[in-house]
Design a protein around this ligand. Structure first.
Ligand code: SF4
Length: 106
């Protein structure tokens, strides 16, 4: 199952990391929640495939290390989500549907 596109209604924002909103529940290192608003990545689904980071035309994503997370030991953080042009490439390319993009959440 992929990221919940209604996470902003179904979850609570529990903090911020590098200026990016974090939506709980969070219980590191195993449970890391959803990171981002306009561009949101479910860290508990992300397998660090990296296609989104490589192909995003405006370089929204950066790698962050997540040691001991069961799905992958690094994640793509939507650090520059304010630059997103809503092309939806990352949403379409993610092999595990870990990303949702919605400008109404910015
Ligand atoms: S929708 Fe397009 S511009 Fe926005 S983060 Fe994804 S790949 Fe980048």
């Amino acid at each position: 199952m992929g990221i919940d596109p209604n996470f902003d209604r179904n979850r609570e924002q529990v903090g911020e990391e590098n200026g990016v909103a974090v939506w709980g529940p969070v219980d590191p290192p195993e449970k890391l929640g959803i990171h981002g608003s306009h561009v949101a990545v479910d860290y508990d689904i992300c397998v660090a495939d990296g296609a989104c980071l490589e192909d995003c035309p405006v370089d929204v994503f950066t790698w962050v290390e997540t040691p001991d997370h069961p799905a992958s030991e690094r994640k793509v953080e939507p650090t520059r989500e304010d630059q997103c042009i809503d092309c939806m490439l990352c949403v379409d390319i993610c092999p595990v549907d870990a990303i949702d993009v919605d400008a109404s959440r910015s």
